[in-house]
Design a protein around this ligand. Sequence first.
Ligand SMILES: Nc1nc2c(c(=O)[nH]1)N[C@H]1C(S)=C(S)[C@@H](COP(=O)(O)OP(=O)(O)OC[C@H]3O[C@@H](n4cnc5c(=O)[nH]c(N)nc54)[C@H](O)[C@@H]3O)O[C@H]1N2
Ligand SMILES: Nc1nc2c(c(=O)[nH]1)N[C@H]1C(S)=C(S)[C@@H](COP(=O)(O)OP(=O)(O)OC[C@H]3O[C@@H](n4cnc5c(=O)[nH]c(N)nc54)[C@H](O)[C@@H]3O)O[C@H]1N2
Ligand SMILES: [Mo]
Length: 586
Amino acid sequence: MTNSIPEIGAESDCIFIIGSNTAECHPLIARQVIRARERGARLIVADPRRTEMANKADVWLQVPPGYNIPLLNGMINIIIEEKLHDGDFIASCTEGFEEMKQAAAEWTPKRVEEVTGIPAEDLRKAARLYAGGKAAVILYCMGVTQFSFGTGTVVSLSNLAAITGNLGRPGTGVDPLRGQNNVQGACDMGCLPNVFPGYLSVTAAENRARFSKEWGVELPSTVGLKVSEVPEAILEGKIRALYIFGENPVMSDPDCDHFRKSLEQLDFLIVQDIFLSETARLADVVFPAACWGEKDGTFTSTERRVQLVRKAVAPPGEAREDWWVFKELAGKMGYRGLDYLHPREIWEEVRRVVPEKFGGICYRRLNEQRGIHWPCPSEDHPGTPILYSGGKFSTPSGKAQLRPVIFDPVQVPEEKTKAFPGALTGSIKELPDEDYPFTLTTGRRVYHYHTGTMTRRAEVLNTIGTEQLIEVNPVDAARMGIKDGDFVRIATRRGSITAKAWVTGRVPEKTLFTSFHFWEANVNELTNTARDPVAGIPEYKVCAARLERVTPAEAASSYKEKMEKYRLDLVQKTKEELERKGGEQR
Ligand SMILES: Nc1nc2c(c(=O)[nH]1)N[C@H]1C(S)=C(S)[C@@H](COP(=O)(O)OP(=O)(O)OC[C@H]3O[C@@H](n4cnc5c(=O)[nH]c(N)nc54)[C@H](O)[C@@H]3O)O[C@H]1N2
Ligand SMILES: Nc1nc2c(c(=O)[nH]1)N[C@H]1C(S)=C(S)[C@@H](COP(=O)(O)OP(=O)(O)OC[C@H]3O[C@@H](n4cnc5c(=O)[nH]c(N)nc54)[C@H](O)[C@@H]3O)O[C@H]1N2
Ligand SMILES: [Mo]
């Protein structure tokens, strides 16, 4: 996030939520939005589904899955045309305005309405509200990024914020709501294929020298693979062994059957997890890990705030802290550089090697206050809740780079890419057709977390969010004779799943929504592996699907099939148990 969470509740007078089901996925941030509303702040929501936040909005833009770029270019266009932009900020703090403006110009309100169905008046209202705010903030999440053109859409958002001067001040900003408790920290520490800790590129010799000096080894100068590139690399024989920790890709990766098949080709698979996940079941070696309440260390939240976590209970059985497992394994392979005694020593190394970001964040201060926002270069520095203060950016020129973003649902014509050489482009990789007439979009429910390894073990959550549901619009349901609670099958070019229909106006016509929380009906058997060329993120949020009603008997046979696929060991165990019991009786 460019700005901090409390600013939303205290300072923002316009909040634009796009592609985020904030109430279900970031309930504490949703509270800030509600606080702001109580102060009179205005709310714009762009989401294909009528989410809780959409219900509370001044304007709800019901964008069809995949059409964010026309919507954003449309808003930019209106703002410039109605002279609502911040000319001073554009002149002194940005570069590339003219080209960006020309690329957006084709998306007149009328054209946006024709292509997306969003009423031109609603788009105008949204543009005026956003540009009219003194401090307007954008909150975005996976409904922006999980497309083969996610990077382009994020660039559109930063274009929108920059032309209205909504950066570098309290209550403004572009805030990606990060997902996991420590995904920000993992990225900060270099759990990415192209950077060392502190986002220092691996391709720059001076960066390699900095880390080599500390670690005493030569470091590779080439960028590694992104998660989404791993299955192909395995199938091509480029990867023979894989070490997975804190991830359950057999359930969470797109077209997961494909992922699973690739794992079978490995010579060796290690999985380190706190539970025996669907992926861990396929491993040669499983390292049981300690969970968050069982270890010391730091987590960095979505607002770049480094916080201490403290061990409350001892890990059960043979479970060990992740860092300890890495240390032991490195030791067995002859490297002693990870021989720390406590996570504090690891953090001290981070401070020493990347002082420009973390130098001033020490355990003493973290103990005294509730976290510090990086960058924080020295112990007398208060931390940085707001990035880009005074309109100064971290680019070589110090100015925000505005970039043209062009979109066509089918394919961006060549003359357009030629006309805008620096442009980011987007098109949807799988549009509905005769065979697959629905648009399928996927995501989360409030009761469960991702692949359910943790939340499906929590009794209370399991009694509320008991089963997979497929959201179907009442008009489609009536046409197809589907009643609420009937069993339905969704099929795409990659596979099929069966679950109960939830007939609801939350989803638009011809659109289906469901989650990846349930192995017995895992939507990732259906999703598309097309991915963003820059970020590598897959197009989880849109693919073409077919829907049909099925009988309870067909649903039961589908359940059995998935049981055998994901829980083969359990099936085997039950069989053995039955045989043993049978034997005892005899
Ligand atoms: N309860 C719960 N909370 C969670 C998680 C969880 O599993 N369960 N996971 C955490 C993680 S890691 C993450 S990344 C976040 C994800 O948080 P979110 O991104 O908020 O959640 P999603 O359900 O993936 O999708 C958000 C919304 O995107 C919308 N959407 C789909 N297509 C489009 C589109 O083209 N345009 C727009 N504007 N919207 C679109 C969907 O209708 C949906 O409402 O949640 C975090 N919080
Ligand atoms: N269709 C569809 N698919 C999606 C998405 C979507 O919106 N739609 N969203 C994507 C997104 S944003 C995300 S973040 C991914 C999430 O995908 P995953 O990260 O694969 O899903 P999780 O279920 O969170 O898996 C985390 C694993 O870590 C384990 N774990 C928890 N704590 C610890 C620990 O301290 N140490 C270790 N070693 N293990 C631990 C848990 O038991 C669990 O098995 O899914 C992606 N997949
Ligand atoms: Mo995520």
